[in-house]
Design a protein around this ligand. Sequence first.
Ligand SMILES: Nc1ncnc2c1ncn2[C@@H]1O[C@H](COP(=O)(O)OP(=O)(O)OP(=O)(O)O)[C@@H](O)[C@H]1O
Length: 372
Amino acid sequence: MSEVENEADDAAESADAAESADAAESADAAESADAAESADAAESADAAESDEVADAGRDEIWIEKYRPETLDEVAGHDDITARLKRYVERDDLPNLLFSGPAGVGKTTSAVAIAKQLYGDDWEQNFLELNASDQRGIDVVRDRIKNFARSSFGGYNHRIIFLDEADSLTSDAQSALRRTMEQFSSNTRFILSCNYSSKIIDPIQSRCATFRFGPISEEGVAEQIREVAAEEDIETTEDGVDALVYAADGDMRKAINALQAAAVMGEVVDEDAVFTITSTARPEEIEKMVTHAIEGDFTKARKVLDDLLTNKGMAGGDIIDQLHRSVWEFDLDDEATVRLMDRVGEVDYRITEGANERVQLESLLASLSLEDR
Ligand SMILES: Nc1ncnc2c1ncn2[C@@H]1O[C@H](COP(=O)(O)OP(=O)(O)OP(=O)(O)O)[C@@H](O)[C@H]1O
């Protein structure tokens, strides 16, 4: 939508902000039923991981224990944290949009901003909500309104952090945008999402966008070594490498896997890590593909079967690992391109709900049949 259209839209809305917000809410009523799926997805993923670790006999969850307190402590995003720090220093926070994969520091940075702005009062001035709340978007919006309307402790603004903003439909996002405007005098929004392209333009244009990439291998390794040293956990070099590989840039996954592996045995080595994370060793993926490329479908299928059945891997995870390794196989350019093409196709089909074993076997079969 163009700015001119935005302005016109804004003028119409300002006639009666409360009413338009209510109208938007009723438009969303049907959708709230759809939103009633699982509880807060990020929280429940964390909770599942947390339960696993707690069951293993540890009292404290390391991802929380080692969550950075300040923007300076957030690893691997120096450019972003430098810019965020400037907003905090000037006490001039715009609405923000954080996009990027899971476990890379989006929530952590939002909380760090609040801690730096409000000190000990941060919890009263920071509301964390999940847009995919199972009770529906209208509940989310009610909570936003109640928070934004309640009294302040002498601060100009309070912060509402809305996780998984890209799970909202465009209609719900339009309503959210009106709510953002309604409370723009005293509230700042930090929206978090995996894909900023799923956020409607009128919201994007009202936010400063920050793209959080996956954490670098060195960044993850450094954090793992620090946590292991603090916890007095012995790790081998190949254990750290395996954690870095399994995490694939997701710091939450790396720290959770370290904690889970630590309770399994004395030393965290690659065996412990690959077992606990249900990750295939890169050599296993390579063996499977090499058998297929050499035309031995039966052997390739046996490796696949071991990964799916004995290692308990999900088809989507095998495809992800295959995708990461494609360039490391000893293939000529043409074969690499064909393999990548098939990986893309199978990935799409699995995401759309096709039978993962059938899809992976068909990929191996087509590699086996290729002319060499
Ligand atoms: N950049 C980072 N530096 C240090 N620790 C990090 C970083 N990113 C993530 N972590 C660790 O992982 C945990 C989870 O991170 P966080 O909640 O910020 O992820 P997120 O990007 O918001 O993910 P999601 O999109 O799933 O909500 C933190 O508590 C912290 O322990």
